[in-house]
Design a protein around this ligand. Structure first.
Ligand code: C2E
Ligand code: CA
Ligand code: CA
Length: 673
């Protein structure tokens, strides 16, 4: 793990950010509470002032009133009584000023003689009838408002009632000092708000702690996401994207320092078989262990990445001993390990380039490393450096084969189907699947352009399996008119070398649900001769599965006739080179006739392929050939085109005389592609 010098600084930043974020709600809450505090202090002060005023009215003023309305003025007894009690109260400082008004609001008594000339106040009148009105006021000491200037007072108006029965007689206007009231109130509120402040502080601490935790969690998640985007989920090794980026950096750095760097691609040989036989779970298990071993053995300045499947990439920042270092890593890969109690070992092919000698841009370097890897595979050398000078390898073709590997996964391969026509009935009873590659740059490629190279590597196994699966899947879609239609699939010599080939075929049949008799496996005579003993076993296995076997390109090899009779075969396909020129080459015509007879004597169906003219077709029919295949009868075509072609095909003729017409019709309908 690399540590970062920025770590303490980022911790301080995290701390400060969290502090600022958590302060926001606390400060807002504090402001709201403070505003509330002020409003509450005033409200409480007024309420207290009001109750004091009511008390003064009841205990001091009302008892000295006789009960007649005061608008007409006070009686001398009332005036004397008021003067006595009011003087005492004003002198004691409990009351700042006091006036008594009549019900119409006129002043009839004032403690300091002020206000007699004042117009009645609206409040005073309203109060006279019902409520007590209280408000805060600031005395200014003018003629209306004598009294201590600048002092805040609670100004109240309230009805005065007197007599028996009690009735409203006037209004009491009174000014009480606000200071002692507010002192009282604020003392109580202070205590309350002190508690609140402590609460706010605790809230702040809690929010701060939560914010720190959350930011830390978020940062961790962001860091994890960034890691996942650049690493392989299974092995935690850098993925293809990071490998490319690091290659770019390594190449640039090497150029600047005038040093060289090595880039290697590793492909496990036959890893697919590990997956297929031991299951993906064990395959994954193996890959994880392998990644750990590679990472442990790689030098700290180097990179080991997983590019996908069983492909790895290596960057050696110092290329001086590249080959030895890679050889060491290859030994690590090939060491036998135990996976769930099973001893397991794989082989690896490594191709590498050295920058800047083998290229300077990442794309070229990686493509050449890929090419070198295929050279290593094809030559079984384990490790190979890219070598342009090797003239027995066409670099262009090798690049093509490097691309083919991705083409299978990217869906660039397709199958064309060519009809095989039964000559006796004129019906199509089988189609042969022929592979093509829709290359993004080179256009549609035919098998001879890429199959020979694929056959030099294990890639042919993946290709054959793809062809088999696709052909059997397509077969089910050819419609009800094709319910007995069989599909013929070509297999290569290398497929025959696989011990599990027949099992593989049976698995794909079971998976696609196609009855085995609807599959024909075409094996060329030359492929059969690579390992005849192995071939016999395989053909027997396929026969037991119920699959038919056709011997393709018959006549090109030199199969001994006794050997031919010992093989469980169903069909002989006479090679095009004999059929094509039957008319002009009488020797070839004689061979065709003999092979038909030979095949029939061995109870085999005989097929003539490469039929391009009606004359050849007629000659084949006269020779007793069972089936014919060729451009005359139908060119290889994509599946959906074949489907349409089959749907419009007329039912086969029953008499031989109809045959010519139908064949002519078939050749007219045959799409020219
Ligand atoms: P093949 O098995 O002998 O297939 C017949 C080839 O002859 C096909 O060529 C077909 O297009 C061509 N052909 C058919 N009728 C005529 C005709 O009337 N005249 C002429 N001149 N040619 C005709 P294609 O498709 O180029 O395939 C070439 C070979 O590649 C095949 O020969 C087969 O050996 C191999 N191949 C094709 N598909 C596959 C595959 O999926 N797997 C393997 N292992 N080999 C394949
Ligand atoms: Ca064939
Ligand atoms: Ca053939």
């Amino acid at each position: 793990m690399r540590t970062s010098v920025g770590a303490p600084r980022s911790a301080v930043r995290l701390f400060l950010t969290s502090a600022a974020i958590s302060a926001v709600p606390v400060v807002l809450l504090g402001l709201v509470l403070a505003g509330n505090y002020r409003a509450q202090a005033t409200d409480r002060g007024l309420a207290q002032g009001r109750s004091e005023a009511v008390l003064v009215a009841r205990t001091t003023v009302q008892p000295v009133l006789a009960g007649s309305p005061l608008d007409r003025g006070l009686s001398p007894e009332e005036r004397a009584g008021l003067a006595r009690v009011v003087d005492r109260a004003v002198r004691g400082g409990d009351i700042l000023r006091l006036r008594v008004r009549g019900l119409e609001g006129r002043v009839v008594y004032s403690d300091d003689g002020s206000g007699f000339d004042q117009t009645p106040e609206a409040e005073a009148l309203r109060a006279a009838h019902s409520a007590v009105i209280t408000r805060l006021t600031r005395l200014n000491g003018d003629s209306n408002d004598t009294g201590p200037k600048g002092v805040t007072a609670v100004e109240t108006y309230q009805p005065l009632v007197a007599g028996t029965p009690a009735r409203p007689v006037g209004v009491l206007e009174m000014y009480l000092p606000y200071a002692p009231i507010s002192q009282d109130v604020t003392a109580g509120l202070h205590a309350l708000y002190r508690d609140l402040a402590v609460g706010l502080l605790l809230l702040y601490i809690a929010l701060f702690a939560i914010s720190v935790r959350m930011s830390r969690g978020l940062r961790r998640q962001v860091a994890l996401n960034a890691f996942m985007a650049e690493h392989d989920a299974l092995t935690n090794l850098p993925n293809r994207a990071l490998f490319h980026r690091r290659t770019e950096i390594a190449v640039t750095r090497a150029r600047r320092r005038k040093r060289s760097v090595a880039i290697a691609l590793v492909d496990l040989d036959r890893f697919k078989e590990v997956n297929d036989t031991l299951g993906h779970h064990n395959g994954d298990h193996f890959l994880v262990g392998l990644a750990e071993r590679l990472a442990a053995h790689a030098r700290p300045q180097d990179t080991v990445a997983r590019l996908g499947g069983d492909e790895f990439g290596i960057i050696l920042s110092d290329a001086s001993e590249a080959e030895e270092v890679l050889r060491g890593l290859r030994d690590i890969i090939e060491t036998e390990v135990e996976v769930n109690g099973l001893p397991l070992s794989v082989e690896a092919s490594i191709g590498f380039v050295i920058a800047p000698d083998d290229g300077t841009d990442v794309h070229t370097l990686l493509q050449r490393a890929d090419v070198a890897m295929y050279v290593a595979k094809a030559e079984h050398s384990g490790i190979a450096r890219y070598d342009k000078a090797k003239d027995h390898y066409d670099a262009g073709k090798l690049e093509l084969i490097a691309e083919l590997r991705h083409a299978i996964d990217d869906g660039q391969l397709l199958l064309h189907y060519q009809p095989k026509t039964a000559l006796a009935r004129g019906t199509i009873d089988a189609v042969e699947a022929l592979v093509r590659w829709q290359h993004p740059v080179h256009g549609l490629l035919y098998p001879d352009e890429f199959l020979p190279l694929a056959e030099q590597t294990d890639l042919i196994h993946r290709l054959s399996e793809w062809v088999l699966t696709t052909a059997l899947t397509d077969l089910k879609g050819f419609g009800p008119t094709a319910s007995d239609l069989a599909v013929a699939v070509n297999v290569s010599a290398r497929d025959l070398g696989r011990a599990d080939f027949a099992t593989k075929v049976a698995t794909v049949l079971a998976r696609t649900g196609v009855p085995p008799q609807r599959l024909i496996v075409e094996i060329t005579e030359t492929a059969l001769l690579v390992d005849p003993a192995r071939a016999v076993t395989l053909l027997q296995e396929l026969d037991r599965c119920g699959v038919r076997v056709s011997l393709d390109d018959f006549g090109r090899g030199q199969t001994s006739l006794s050997y031919l009779s010992a093989l469980p075969l169903h069909e002989l396909k006479i090679d095009q080179s004999f059929v094509g020129d039957m008319i002009e080459n009488s020797a070839h015509a004689a061979i065709v006739r003999s092979v038909v007879e030979l095949g029939h004597n061995l109870a085999l169906r005989v097929v003539g392929e490469g039929v391009e003219t009606p004359e050849v077709l007629t000659m084949l029919r006269e020779a007793g050939c069972d089936e014919a295949q060729g451009f005359l009868l139908g060119r290889p075509m994509p599946a959906d085109q074949l489907r349409r072609w089959m749907a419009t095909a007329a039912p086969g003729p029953v008499t031989e005389s109809d045959l010519e017409a139908v064949l002519a019709d078939a050749s007219a309908r045959s799409p020219n592609i």
